[in-house]
Design a protein around this ligand. Structure first.
Ligand SMILES: NC(=O)c1ccc[n+]([C@@H]2O[C@H](COP(=O)([O-])OP(=O)(O)OC[C@H]3O[C@@H](n4cnc5c(N)ncnc54)[C@H](O)[C@@H]3O)[C@@H](O)[C@H]2O)c1
Length: 262
């Protein structure tokens, strides 16, 4: 088992990729901690993980609020004594043309996606990982952290920031045996993606046509990559960025992926 007796915290763990990661790490032996803004979601996720016989703890909090993060970290340490693995997955994204972005909109996406990743990393490192000279952080970035999608300037800026923050923390904290890596999912079939697909099927068809493997990832595909980077299997990997996008970022712009032997 990859995480036997390890304490694994997943922010934004109530649903989607975060939930798939919390569930998989629990199956791999972890004490799985689900942190999320949504109390009902936390309760349901913890119940579902415990129903598999695994150990789970729920903590409700807002990653963008430093005192909330400090409370969450203290709660986890009071319960389990340490944090071995931190997965910074929580994010929010509301598309808007750059010229119409309000200050509040800009700040909210930067605060949740980027500053929240920094708060959790810093407090978990200072309170547990640095004193214990051990820890793993996996940040969930995005294809939008490697190249821009239209009408998502604040999300794109935040996700590019996560790639930079991953490298900076890997450099600063390697001396404490803390590894920091980033997974960049491409289009992934979460609830949000399904609702966009139903609302705008043509746009979704166009996006899928640019995925060389021919379909979006499942949340479990991304969770597998996160768990690889979180486990001892990647002991020598730090400061890396792993795309889980079916080959999308390998395709030159302007092209669709070839089909039927063309
Ligand atoms: N689904 C995709 O196609 C896709 C593609 C690229 C990157 N990603 C990234 O993967 C991650 C997960 O995506 P998803 O599709 O599962 O998202 P989702 O919207 O389904 O889930 C996000 C979770 O984060 C929680 N959350 C939001 N703001 C929070 C806050 N301030 N504090 C604590 N929790 C908060 C939400 O309540 C929710 O449970 C995100 O970082 C996202 O940017 C997703």
């Amino acid at each position: 088992m990859k995480f036997k007796d390890k304490v694994v915290v997943v922010t934004g763990g109530a649903r989607g990729i975060g939930y798939a990661t919390a569930l998989l790490s629990a199956r791999e032996g972890a004490c799985s901690v689900v942190c999320d803004l949504d109390p009902d979601g936390v309760e349901a996720a913890v119940k579902a993980i415990r129903a598999t016989g695994a150990t789970a703890l729920g903590v409700v909090g807002d990653v963008s609020d430093r005192s909330s993060v400090a409370e969450n970290v203290a709660h986890v340490i009071a319960e389990f004594g340490r944090i071995d693995v931190l997965v910074n997955n929580a994010a929010t994204q509301v598309p808007a043309p750059a010229r119409e972005l309000t200050e509040d909109h800009w700040r909210r996406e930067l605060d949740v996606c980027l500053t929240g990743t920094f708060f959790w990393s810093q407090i978990a490192a200072v309170e547990s990982m640095i004193p214990r000279r051990s820890g793993v952080i996996v940040n969930v970035g995005s294809g939008a952290g490697l190249a821009a999608a239209p009408n998502t300037a604040s999300y794109v800026a935040a996700k590019h920031g996560i790639v930079g923050l991953t490298k900076a923390l890997a450099v600063d904290w390697g001396q404490y045996d803390i590894r920091v890596n980033c997974v960049c999912p491409g289009f992934t079939w979460t609830e949000l993606a399904r609702s966009v697909s139903e609302a705008r099927p043509e746009m979704m068809k166009e996006r899928v046509s640019r995925i060389p493997l021919g379909s979006g990832a499942q949340p479990e595909d991304v969770a597998n990559a996160v768990c690889f980077l979180a486990s001892a299997e990647s002991a020598a990997v730090s400061g890396s960025v792993l795309s889980v996008d079916g080959g999308t970022s390998a395709l030159s712009s302007g092209y669709s992926a070839p089909r039927d032997g063309t």
